[in-house]
Design a protein around this ligand. Structure first.
Ligand SMILES: [Zn+2]
Ligand SMILES: [Zn+2]
Ligand SMILES: [Zn+2]
Length: 350
């Protein structure tokens, strides 16, 4: 897949003030004609997720931002000409994912609504269930391997593969394919559940390899573990994250893991709304904030991995249980070490 990054001025201010003349965030040169291709909008909803998928005149939404983002999300959908939705997917019940979906469901006729549960104790989740019910629908809890189509694009559910007490780990994980291009959306799923997914799809881990990863949990260090990241092996990582958020997202550790893995990062706190357009071969990115650029994958210093010749365990440089000097093998690439039969140490390289 060839890719290119093109910065394009989009009319964020007009969108936010609700003026109707705002042009579509497209140019004839870079975006396929309407009815063709795939558009993936990472809507800038601050410290929250909202992704709109558009192909062949059909639309699906994954998460809806916080409750206060409801009107912004509905305005954004209006701007894109949405009249109905093929699918509404709530990755998990936290407010920064389900929050704006009641507003969306109150406006747009929807063919199917997905969530990992039908029970969660919060007013906003109750609103989500209420507006789903108003459409005479019941929330569908998808299973790994389930698929649905949005125009010419295919969505495949990859997780979660079991139930979890921790709400972030219940996140629905969706792979999106259009032609030879692909995306992966993981909600806020954390490392243990990422690894459970890899185990579940063991022997078929290529199913995780995509061009664009929606980086898990706003770039928290509790997500995007080594095993998962190198199975996905994306070219681009998009991080929906709020400026100056109180969690300190995105954390340094996953940013450095991603850059070391050669991933170019696009962040909504820096770029605003981010639009990925695919013609089935190439993916082109555009974004609203012209003062900023994506962060290229150039690690500050090359990373070193240390293998134990005897146990065949692979460690990070700063692991507390490194082997003695005689038993060490040094690698400058995680993937090379795995290819030579080394297994990541669960503590330092989970
Ligand atoms: Zn979240
Ligand atoms: Zn969450
Ligand atoms: Zn270790």
């Amino acid at each position: 897949m060839k890719t290119k990054l093109i910065s394009l001025f989009l009319i964020l201010s007009l969108l936010l003030c609700g003026c109707s003349e705002a042009p579509q965030p497209t140019t004839a040169a870079t975006v396929p004609p309407s009815g063709d291709g795939l558009l993936v909008h990472f809507v800038d909803v601050g410290q929250a997720d909202c992704i709109l998928i558009e192909s062949g005149g059909e639309f699906a939404i994954i998460d809806g931002g916080n409750k206060d983002d409801g009107q912004l999300v509905v305005s954004y959908l209006e701007q894109q000409g949405v009249e109905e939705l093929t699918a509404v997917i709530c990755t998990h019940a936290h407010e920064d994912h389900v929050g704006g979906l009641p507003s969306v469901l109150s406006v747009y006729p929807t063919a199917a609504v997905y969530a990992p549960t039908r029970t969660y104790s919060s007013n906003i989740f109750d609103d989500f269930l209420y507006y789903t019910d108003q459409q005479r629908l019941e929330v569908t809890i998808p299973a790994p391997g389930d698929t649905l189509t949005v125009g010419g694009a295919m969505l495949t559910i990859l997780g979660p593969v079991q139930s979890y007490a921790e709400t972030n780990d219940t996140s629905i994980v969706v792979r999106l394919d259009y032609g030879d291009t692909s995306f992966l959306f993981t909600g806020d799923m954390e490392v243990a559940a990422e690894n459970d997914m890899l185990d579940y799809w063991s022997g078929n881990e290529a199913i995780f390899h995509v061009d664009v990863l929606k980086v898990g949990h706003h770039g928290s260090n509790t997500s995007t573990g080594y095993r998962f990241l190198y199975a996905v092996d994306p070219t681009y990582g998009v991080i929906p994250v709020g400026k100056d958020n109180s969690y300190g997202h995105p954390h340094e550790e996953p940013l450095s893991r991603l850059k070391d893995a050669g991933v170019t990062l696009l962040r909504t706190d820096e770029l605003g709304h981010i639009l990925a357009a695919s013609d089935g071969t190439d993916i082109t990115f555009t974004w609203t904030d012209q003062s900023a650029q994506p962060e290229d994958a150039e690690p500050a210093e090359p990373q070193v991995f240390i293998g134990n010749k005897n146990s065949k365990k692979l460690h990070s440089e700063d692991c507390g249980s490194l082997p003695g000097e005689n038993n060490r093998v040094y690698f400058d690439s995680y993937q090379q070490a795995i290819a030579e039969g080394y297994e990541p140490h669960g503590t330092c390289l989970n």
